[in-house]
Design a protein. Sequence first.
Length: 729
Amino acid sequence: MSITFDEKEKVFHLTTKNTSYIMKVAKEKYLSHVYWGKKIKTPDMENAQLNRATCFDAVPDKKDRSYSLNFVCQEYPTGGGTDYRVPAIQAVFSDGSRAVEFIYDSYKITSGKPKLKGLPATYIEENAEADTLEIVLTDTLKSIKAVLMYTAYNEIDVITRSVRIINESPEQILLEKVMSASVDYETSDYDFVELSGAWGRERHIERNPLRSGIQSIESRRGASSHQLNPFFALASKNANEEYGEVYGFNLVYSGNFTAGVEVDQLFKARAYIGINDYDFSWLLESGESFQAPEAVMVYSSHGFGEMSRTYHRIYRKRLVRGKYRDAVRPILANNWEATYFDFNEEKILELAKTASELGIELLVLDDGWFGKRNSDNCSLGDWYADKEKLPDGIGGLAKKVKEYGILFGLWFEPEMVSPDSDLYRAHPDWCIHIPKRERTECRNQLTLDLSREDVCEYIISAVSGVLDEAEIDYVKWDMNRHMSELGSAGLSPERQKEMSHRYMLGLYHVMEEIVSRHPDVLFESCSGGGGRFDPGMLYYMPQTWTSDDTDAVERLYIQYGTSLAYPVSAMGCHVSAVPNHQAHRITSLSMRGDVAMSGNFGYELDLTAFTEEEKEEVKTQIKQYKDLRTFIQSGDMYRLQSPFEGNTTAWQFISEDGKDIFAAYFRILCEVNGGISRMKFTALDTDAVYEILGDGQGKRYSGDELMNIGLTVDLWGDFNSRTWRLRKV
Ligand code: DGJ
């Protein structure tokens, strides 16, 4: 059992392979947090847990003036009492009162991990993989319970947390805030590390020291967003890729989230993550429960690198599901940047033919195949083929594409509706809106109201209908606007603030239905690029379009930042045309290939416009990626040089058995007489010999030489790269 409870000391101790998480029931009442970090034996509680009330601190036990809830590290802090730090829960009761007082009630330890109803979450395949602890806290006056659920994975250093709130009173309770996890630290000597950005500049790494007050990130857009990601880490000041302590928090949720850290008067820190309480409330009827999403927490004593590899492992193996969890992902060509809306069947078949000749395995038809969509101003919701462009419909096109021996994929944007569409004309109240208020359009579209069952059922049948009728192997599921004028025609006035979360529950239901009805289809999620790159989406769709920005230099930052929490097998990465459509930069085909190969490889440009010389280069890239992809997609990634810290970026992939290695080095601007550059490998076997394959074929070096002396890199010109393929001899 990786979870124990010491009845006498009232101490819960959760362990993973290398970590411990410890809690104690203090004074027979209060569930307090004791420790989270490197694996230890159960410590002496008097030493491990400090109680020291300070001035203006109220004391719940008159006989013990040292014990204050405002000081002690807590496990699930409540509002309205004597802990003035940020609460994990806020509720309003029928008498108007707001104080919640959770007292320890009971616990249950089971092997395995239960599912979360209606929500995505990490899973197990065998009970022996993990143990789960449920701790029940009760407010006896108000008959409200919190069931805190913790799962400790045995072999992966992951602890997951979630919370279920149960209303056992005869009256309604209004929940205003329910965090998924709250963790107290005795010190605030950490940096707050997060992934922020914008459309086309997603997930850049920001690192700032903690300071007094609250430092937080959140989304109020109805999606996890390009702007801030539901991930953050607390890192010791000296933490780098290999050294130092790092605590990672990631919410398995695709909607409005909040996460942050409060540093209090005594420089202690409280971290939290959960559904955003902004514009949120939930009316809990008597007997009902509310399930908060899962937080995936990773502690690493070996810096960011180990934290990331742990996230990659759990997400690759126990979050992503279905056929493509373990299967290699096909190399694709997408027509979007090749044609935009301007295509017909002939053009698509030309692309398919060329793709097949080059060795590409899947052709994806992007936006513009349905309704009368020749620009982005109409037809979302009308999921039937435009017969002017595609006379034989999607079914006919799919058959013809497949005659070239490749797979066929199709784009959808199922959550949206264009005001100029048959769907909107038939159901004007199916979009998110407030009666009589302007329905503000973004990209000429409105958001369908997925908090409504009828809307969800329409989407399921419309998308499934197309997938049932044509031979479709891949779906790109796009989403191109954020919510505004929040309101649902399906909810009563007092439930309007439930809309954003009900939308997510509806979306998860829709995706669950569609992916389980079509188990052989590879799904890739997208939101104007990486606007919904989160673990919630990955549970349904094993890969995500990382960013609409396909410039090779910009992608170094985006892919490097994304890898902090998410595996490369989740990142769609394509070679696109130059000058790049977003950055207008010209980079070599070779660098574009090396950057895109560091993820799920594909092309997004007019393949028919390649010169003969370019075609040969592309064929070589494709051959190369076919040799690399098993371990790029399923092996370990090591970040070696950060684009956020200098002119060079480097990373390395290594297969699980340590035998196959691929490393890439990128230099943005040329440095004349800039000194000697070396690529130092990592995680190799010091005593083993490695052979360089491909370029430099046959040369052999010892692991310790490759790691300590490294290989020289000679690059000339701006925007350049060099890669190495190694095999252990
Ligand atoms: C946004 C996506 O990120 C693009 O790749 C493309 O699919 C367009 N939408 C199509 O409208």
